[in-house]
Design a protein around this ligand. Structure first.
Ligand SMILES: Nc1ncnc2c1ncn2[C@@H]1O[C@H](COP(=O)(O)OP(=O)(O)O)[C@@H](O)[C@H]1O
Ligand SMILES: O=c1ccn([C@@H]2O[C@H](COP(=O)(O)OP(=O)(O)O)[C@@H](O)[C@H]2O)c(=O)[nH]1
Length: 274
C-alpha cells in the first residue's frame, strides 16, 4: 500500500479516470510544501514508513516523464533546467494517474501545488481538498547548503538554478501556503533541525493517522520477517557452536592420544634402560 510510486508510462490519461476520482474513491491527501531542499522527500519517506501513505513527488514524476523522449518530455526537461513551473495540465495528469495506480487512499503529494494555477487546476479536476498542508520551513542559506551537497546528479542542483528556484518558491509557492493558512490548513514545522528532530514534529502533525498505523500491515510483516531472521540466526549459532565443540573435543582427544604415545614410549625407553 505505502511506498513511492514510479511515474506512469505516459502523461496521457483517460478523461473517465478523472470521473472515478471525483465520484468514486475518497482520497486523504496531504500536500507537502517547502523551499527546495527543505527535506520534503526525506520526511515523506519517513511518513510512508510510519503512517502507510503513498508518496507522490511531483518533481520525480516530471523528471521521469522528461525522459520519455516525447515533445512534452523535452518541454519538461527544459523547464526543470530553468527551475520553472511546468504547466498544471501536465503535472495534474501525472499526479492523478499515479494516485489511481497507487491502490492507496492516503496520498502524500510532495512539491505540489507550486502556484495558484496548480492549486486551482487540481481542485477543479480531482475535486479533493487536502486534509492539511505540511509546510517545512527552513532559512535559505541552509537550503542552499543542502542542495549543493545533495549529489543526486540533478541538472537543477547548481547555484544558478537553485537561486531561480528560491525566487519561484517565494513568488509563486508562498501565496499557495498563505491561501491554505487562511483556511486553517497549514501545519508549519521548523525544518532547519536534524532529520530526526524534524520527524518528531512531523509525527505530532500526523498523529490523527496513528490509529491506522497500528493496523498497517507492514510492521506486522516486519515482525514476522524479523522473527524468521532471528530463528535462522539462532540455528546458525547452534550449528557453529556444535562445530566448535566438535573441534575442541577432537582436539582434546588428539592431545590425550599424543600424551598416551609419549607415555608409552617413555615407559618402553625407561624399561629398556633398566
Ligand atoms: N533536516 C535535515 N538536515 C540536514 N540535511 C537534510 C535534512 N533533511 C534533508 N536533508 C538533506 O538535504 C538534501 C535535500 O533534501 P530533500 O529531502 O531531497 O529535499 P526536497 O525534497 O525538499 O528538495 C538531501 O541531501 C537530504 O539528505
Ligand atoms: O508541481 C511541480 C513540481 C515540480 N516542478 C518542477 O520540478 C523542479 C524540481 O522540483 P522538486 O520538488 O523535485 O525539487 P525541489 O525544487 O523541491 O528540491 C522544480 O524546480 C520545477 O521546475 C514543477 O514544475 N511542478
Amino acid at each position: 500500500m505505502g511506498g513511492r510510486v514510479d511515474a506512469p508510462s505516459s502523461a496521457n490519461i483517460n478523461k473517465d479516470a478523472y470521473g472515478s476520482i471525483c465520484n468514486g474513491k475518497v482520497f486523504k491527501i496531504v500536500f507537502v510544501l517547502g523551499g527546495p531542499g527543505s527535506g520534503k522527500g526525506t520526511q515523506c519517506a519517513n511518513i510512508v514508513r510510519h503512517f502507510g501513505f503513498t508518496h507522490l513527488s511531483a518533481g520525480d514524476l516530471l523528471r521521469a516523464e522528461s525522459k520519455s523522449g516525447s515533445e512534452t518530455g523535452i518541454m519538461i526537461e527544459n523547464m526543470l533546467r530553468e527551475g520553472m513551473i511546468v504547466p498544471s495540465e501536465v503535472t495534474v495528469k501525472l499526479l492523478l494517474q499515479a494516485m489511481l495506480e497507487s491502490g492507496n487512499d492516503k496520498i502524500l503529494i510532495d512539491g505540489f501545488p507550486r502556484n495558484e494555477e496548480n492549486r486551482v487546476a487540481f481542485e477543479n479536476i480531482a475535486k479533493v481538498e487536502p486534509e492539511f498542508v505540511l509546510f517545512l520551513d527552513c532559512p535559505q542559506d541552509e537550503l542552499e547548503r543542502r542542495l549543493l551537497n545533495r549529489n543526486q546528479g540533478r541538472d537543477d542542483d547548481n547555484i544558478e538554478t537553485i537561486r531561480k528556484r528560491f525566487k519561484v518558491f517565494i513568488e509563486s509557492t508562498l501565496p499557495v501556503i498563505e491561501f491554505y493558512t487562511m483556511k486553517g490548513k497549514v501545519r508549519k514545522i521548523d525544518a532547519s533541525k536534524s532529520v530526526g528532530e524534524v520527524f518528531e514534529d512531523v509525527k505530532v502533525v500526523f498523529s490523527q493517522f496513528e490509529v491506522e498505523e497500528a493496523t498497517f500491515e507492514k510492521p506486522k510483516m516486519n515482525r514476522i520477517v524479523g522473527f524468521e531472521l532471528m530463528m535462522c540466526l539462532i540455528k546458525r549459532l547452534i550449528r557453529d557452536a556444535e562445530r566448535k565443540w566438535r573441534s575442541i573435543l577432537s582436539g582434546m582427544a588428539y592431545t590425550c592420544y599424543l600424551l598416551y604415545i609419549c607415555a608409552r614410549e617413555f615407559v618402553e625407553i625407561y624399561s629398556e634402560a633398566l
